[in-house]
Design a protein around this ligand. Sequence first.
Ligand code: AMP
Length: 406
Amino acid sequence: MSKIIAINAGSSSLKFKLFEMSTEQVLAQGLFDRIGLAEGEIKIKYGVGEKFETREEIKNHSYAVKRLLELLLDLEIIHEFSEIKGVGHRVVAGGEYFKRSVAIDSKVIKKINSLAEYAPIHNPANLMGIKAFKKILPTAAAVAVFDTSFHQTMPKENYIFSVPYEWYQKYGVRRYGAHGTSHRYVADVAAKILNRPLEKLKLISCHLGAGASICAIKNGKSFDTSMGFTPLTGITMATRSGDADVAMLSFMMQKLDMHSMPEAIYDLNKKSGLLGISGVSSDMRDVMAKSSTNPRAKLAVDIFVKDIVKYIGSYTAEMGGVDGIIFTAGIGENSAEIRSEVLKKLSYMGIMVDEESNAVRGENIVISTEDSKVKALVIPTNEELMIARDVAKIMTKKNVKSAKLV
Ligand code: AMP
């Protein structure tokens, strides 16, 4: 029995999924939320539809980890801590340094810390999770899995911005992308479904959640992606603007009497996207529900669909063709309507939607017709499983045991 836990630590939350790796079965999953606030929230799902939920103070990340492990024992999900052989940590920014997942040692910790300027909220939170687990499970293998590393294969013309080159050379300003673990996972599954080697496929993965990004995956490698230096760019998102002319910010700073650039960028990150256009909500379900009566809600949906179509068209041109288009994450997995709208606009490529399959809520399904030149697929993302698989792979390769942290 070899159990691996995948961890996603945010500034005030900690999400986990515990796997039995021999079967990749999920033994438990849950969330510690509102860490550091007066009343925290703990939710754990386990067994066959069993649930544990409570509200209590969760002082800090160390306490959350300690409580999590105690609860795994109390709920008889594990019988001793030592059953957990590996811990995989999602880390948001890996810069150019981390090109793949790595076993965590003190050098890795220092590097993640130094990359915090690229993800000032996320990397420090990820480190809190790493340190808390190392304290309580010192002998378990610890592995860092980066959101950015999948995109490190992009050719230079796809990651260098058209700005002074010194910005890249001196300060590392370039396209890093995000959602790498998700794009990597769905591409793997797509190749299996299509029964073709991933190394011979041209795929476009559409991760359409509250955060959304499109990725061109050529021969199994990230070739281009819509998120940029930060996750702000690309397609319209829940509250993020996606691609925008930055010169409008200085104009708007004057109009709205804003005093700092971060203040203006806050509006692009938090008040734009579906929320900004529609004025209704940042949640696609709410926006769609209003789209027949509210023209701005309809416009928000139309822009979202148009952005996806635009990126798919441009990535198809960049790769010189496409074999499969993948839909994943909240909107991609659940909205037959958005998928259908997007694919109808791509009929010029020879994509034909099988509306019956598209309407079925299923896992890992092909929603294009048999004779469709380009295949369309719905593949629920599973970043945690990808993280756990990386841990297992690194454990076997390197026989990683405990690494001392400073
Ligand atoms: P995620 O960030 O992956 O959890 O995705 C969240 C987004 O998925 C939200 O905008 C939800 O409104 C959206 N979503 C979930 N279910 C549906 C659905 N059935 N139709 C449209 N959007 C959905």
